[in-house]
Each structure stands twice: as structure tokens, then as C-alpha cells.
Design a protein around this ligand. Structure first.
Ligand code: FES
Length: 505
């Protein structure tokens, strides 16, 4: 048997070499494909079409997909593994957003646009045909600022000197220019003029992108200097692009809650909700919004990057070799390694699963202490969790749960009063909801929690497709939104301490 097989991805013109038996979910996740139900085989959102080669349907695919779909080569990326060379089309990249089918206001127009989700850890960019809504290319990259700190506050402090600021903004602008060029070249569109580029990111990314000073974000009261929509030209950012297209950076909502959450509100239509709904983005910086069409409250918590694998001894991002799931079977923890093979570390979803499983088996106590003072929780050699790792998770989940509690209490509401909670971000896609509830990260009824995918990118696309003359500063929506500073909330500290504990069985 060959030790490598080829997977060609269309319409990206990309061919990858992977080990036979590699789960397609692991491969496609790196290319920005969303797994809306977290890869549980329930939503069909990860549909792919096999255009060349042989990919026999699994039993679960036979149960979920129609005979017509199966005969047409449709499969689910989350339910299949590649064993031989294949060519795939990803249905998500073909999503047509024609005017009559649009879930939001848009006017098809000629030209190409780029939507960018500028995350603290990861950047995702999509090239779109503005006349059809087709995705012509996707690229993901690490945020190069990570070399100056995994979390935002460390980066903001680094940017406090003019040399530091120039360095950290320069890194970002350079990486984005590289990403834009790669995406244009891979799709064969490098000779075409871009209509516009829309960027959604938190307040720090908004300021770094726009070239605005970040001093006010680094210290109390942690407010943006200018949170409005910022428009620059490509040339002003040092990007030599044909036609010098405009680059629009979506406005902030206050504090470190930026255009990424505004984009999330657009994607989830929270501004039109008649009942209380929420959006929780479990990225490097935990950002939370709850509200209705009358009023929306948002906040950000210093959850730290534990959910993205940082600050955990053997933590890593959700890449090949990461323990991404841990099940409990026959009284033991059973870890799953992304891409198969030897475990190299553990990512956020694996961490939450491992501790949830440890709690169920009595290996971790509700206080967070390892049973009998054990030095570590063994997973798959050499990967394990230490007592310090579990404490780090307690701090992160405590900050998020307390932030949610504070916002809900301002509505006079409890978790059971919320009709729907959207989990945004890649981690939100992968985390098992039962495990998130088991460790007390989320207290909502399971059936009301829904993975919403990359809502920041979706919102950036909504802004990219907005009709000409639309208010991209979203003043009417922003007028309903208030930012809640947790540091000054009298109840936050007490709730935070309570929420660092894990629930009893
Ligand atoms: S069915 Fe594959 S992600 Fe939902």
C-alpha cells in the first residue's frame, strides 16, 4: 500500500499528500471548511462531491444521504476517510448567494472581493465572485503577531513603543498581503482588479489593521481610540494590488469586543431576535453577546488562550498529532488523535473532553484537584495533563461562564431563559457540547446550544455583499449594543471564583 495518497481540492487547485486512512475532516479543517454540527454527522453542512476516484460511502452516510446524492458522489467530510487518490469539490465553497436566495440584503455585481476573519491566532481569507457568491479560493494562516505574545494584552504591551507598534502592525500587513496574493494566484485571478476587501477582527486587530494607536486598549478603561468603520486603500497598507481597492475594517463594539462580534451579530441576526439569544466566541479572547432586537449587551473576558492549546504544557493547535477528542469507554479515557498516528499534544476540544472524562471517572475532583494528588492525568503517551494545565482550564472556563452570568443577570435572566446560544469560532465547531456542559463552561440546555461556524467570516461576507451605499458602520445596530466592562462589575469576581469549580456529577 502506498504510504501517501493525493487529495485534490476543487475549485482551489490544491493537491495535498496525506497518509492513507486520514480523516477528511482533519484535512479540510485546515482549509477553512466548516463543520457546523461539530462533525457529528447530523447537519450535512460538510458535504463534498467526489469528482474523481473512489470514496465508498460509510454506513452513516448511507443513513443520512439520499440514494440520489450517494450515486452522484456526495459524501460527508466528517464521516469519511481517504484511502486512495481522490478529487473533491467542497459544497460550502460553491454556496451561491444570488439575490433571490440571499439570507441578507445584497445586489449581485461584477467583480471579486475578499472577506477576511482576522483572528488573534488564525487568519482566514476567502476570495468571492460578487456576481454569484461563489467562493473562488480560501487560505488560512497563523497570525504572525503570535511571536510577540499568544494573548492580546501581551501584544498590546509590546506595541506600546513606536518600534514595537511598527513591528507588530508591519508583520500583520505583510502576512495579509501574502495571503491575498496566494489566494489570487491559486485561483488564477491575479490579473483581475479587486472590488473591495472587508476585514473583521477584535478591537486590537481593528486598530493594528487601521494604523490607529492601541494605548487605550492596553490599560483601563480598555476602550478603542476610534471604534468606527475604518477605510484604507490597499496602497495605504503597503499592498501593491491592481486598482488599489478599498479595505474596510468593520467597526468595534467597545472594549476588546470588535468587528468580529459585530460580524457575528450580523451572521446570527441577533439584532432581529424577538427572544433572548446569545453568541459566545471561544477564541483566544472570549467574546460574548446576549440580547434581543431591543437591546444587546456584549463583553470580552480575559479567558486566555487555553482553549487554543496555549498555556497548556502539551497544548497545541488543532493540527495533525493533536488529541482532539477523548471518550470514556469501559472506565477508561480513550483519546482520538487528529490525522491518526502518534499523539504530539492536545488541542482545546481534547482538553475539555479529557477533563470532562476525568470528572466522570473521578480522576479529577470538582475542585480541580487530581485524585489522590496524582501528578498528572495520563492520556496517550507522551501526552498528559498536569495539575497546572487543569488550573489553566479552570481559569479560562471560569472567566467565560462568569462573563455569561454577568450579562444574563443584567437582563434579569438565567441560562434556562435563553432560547438559543450560538458558539462561534473553530473551537465552537469542534467542542463537544456535552463536555462543555460537564465542566461548567456552558450551563444552557444542550438542545439550545448550536455551533455556528466562523460567524466573523460570514459577517465579513455579509458586509462585502452589502448593496452599494449601505451603512457599513452599522450605526442602527450599534446603537442597541452596550459594552459591559467586567473589571468594574461588582459581582464578577465572586461569580468568577465560583465558576472556576467544576460541577458535581
Ligand atoms: S454532518 Fe458533517 S459537520 Fe455536520
Amino acid at each position: 500500500m502506498a504510504d501517501k495518497i493525493k487529495i485534490a481540492l476543487q475549485p482551489l487547485n490544491v493537491t495535498l499528500e496525506v497518509a492513507p486512512g486520514t480523516p477528511l475532516q482533519d484535512v479540510l479543517h485546515a482549509y477553512g471548511v466548516e463543520f457546523p454540527c461539530g462533525g457529528q454527522g447530523r447537519c450535512r453542512g460538510c458535504r463534498i462531491e467526489v469528482t474523481q476516484g473512489n470514496l465508498p460511502p460509510t454506513q452513516q452516510e448511507r443513513e443520512i444521504l439520499s440514494d440520489t446524492d450517494l450515486a452522484a458522489g456526495i459524501r460527508l467530510a466528517c464521516r469519511n476517510h481517504a484511502h486512495t487518490d481522490i478529487t473533491l469539490r467542497v459544497a460550502q465553497w460553491d454556496a451561491v448567494i444570488l439575490a433571490e436566495h440571499a439570507e441578507f440584503a445584497m445586489e449581485p455585481r461584477e467583480g471579486l472581493g475578499i472577506a477576511i476573519d482576522l483572528g488573534t491566532t488564525t487568519i482566514v481569507a476567502q476570495l468571492l465572485d460578487l456576481s454569484t457568491g461563489h467562493v473562488l479560493g480560501v487560505r488560512t494562516a497563523s497570525n504572525p503577531q503570535a511571536s510577540h505574545g499568544a494573548d492580546l494584552i501581551t501584544r498590546l504591551l509590546f506595541a506600546d513603543t513606536s518600534e514595537g507598534y511598527a513591528e507588530i502592525t508591519g508583520l500583520l500587513h505583510k502576512r495579509l498581503f501574502q495571503l491575498i496574493n496566494e489566494i489570487l494566484e491559486a485561483s488564477g485571478r491575479e490579473k483581475e482588479v479587486l472590488d473591495s476587501i472587508v476585514v473583521a477582527g477584535n478591537s486590537a486587530m481593528h486598530h493594528f489593521m487601521s494604523g490607529l494607536p492601541t494605548g487605550t486598549l492596553a490599560r483601563a478603561p480598555f476602550e478603542p481610540l476610534d471604534g468606527d468603520l475604518q477605510q484604507r486603500t490597499a496602497m495605504e497598507l503597503g499592498w501593491n494590488l491592481l486598482g488599489n481597492p478599498p479595505v474596510r475594517i468593520l467597526p468595534c463594539l467597545g472594549g476588546l469586543v470588535g468587528g468580529d462580534i459585530l460580524a457575528g451579530l450580523l451572521a446570527t441576526e441577533m439584532g432581529d431576535a424577538s427572544e433572548l439569544v446569545g453568541l459566545v466566541d471561544l477564541g483566544t479572547n472570549g467574546e460574548i453577546a446576549f440580547g434581543t432586537r431591543e437591546r444587546i449587551l456584549c463583553t470580552s473576558t480575559a479567558a486566555g488562550p487555553a482553549f487554543e492549546g496555549a498555556k497548556i504544557g502539551m497544548g497545541m493547535q488543532a493540527r495533525r498529532g493533536a488529541i482532539s477528542e477523548v471518550h470514556v469507554e469501559a472506565g477508561r479515557l480513550l483519546p482520538h488523535v487528529l490525522g491518526g498516528g502518534r499523539a504530539r499534544g492536545i488541542c482545546g476540544s481534547g482538553l475539555v473532553d479529557a477533563v470532562a472524562g476525568g470528572l466522570d471517572l473521578g480522576l479529577v475532583e470538582p475542585s480541580g484537584r487530581l485524585k489522590d494528588g496524582a501528578p498528572r492525568l495520563e492520556l496517550l503517551p507522551p501526552v498528559h495533563l498536569t495539575q497546572a494545565d487543569i488550573r489553566e482550564l479552570q481559569l479560562a472556563k471560569g472567566a467565560i461562564a462568569a462573563g455569561i452570568h454577568v450579562l444574563l443577570s443584567r437582563f434579569g435572566a438565567k441560562a434556562g431563559d435563553v432560547t438559543r446560544v450560538y458558539l462561534a469560532g473553530a473551537f465552537g465547531n469542534y467542542i463537544r457540547i456535552a463536555s462543555a456542559r460537564r465542566i461548567g463552561l456552558l450551563h444552557f440546555p444542550e438542545e439550545r446550544i448550536q455551533a455556528a461556524g466562523n460567524t466573523s467570516l460570514m459577517g465579513a461576507k455579509i458586509a462585502l455583499f452589502a448593496p452599494k451605499g449601505a451603512d457599513l458602520d452599522y450605526r442602527a445596530l450599534r446603537a442597541k449594543i452596550s459594552n459591559v466592562g467586567l473589571a468594574t462589575d461588582p459581582s464578577f469576581q465572586e461569580v468568577f471564583i465560583q465558576e472556576t469549580r467544576f460541577p458535581e456529577a
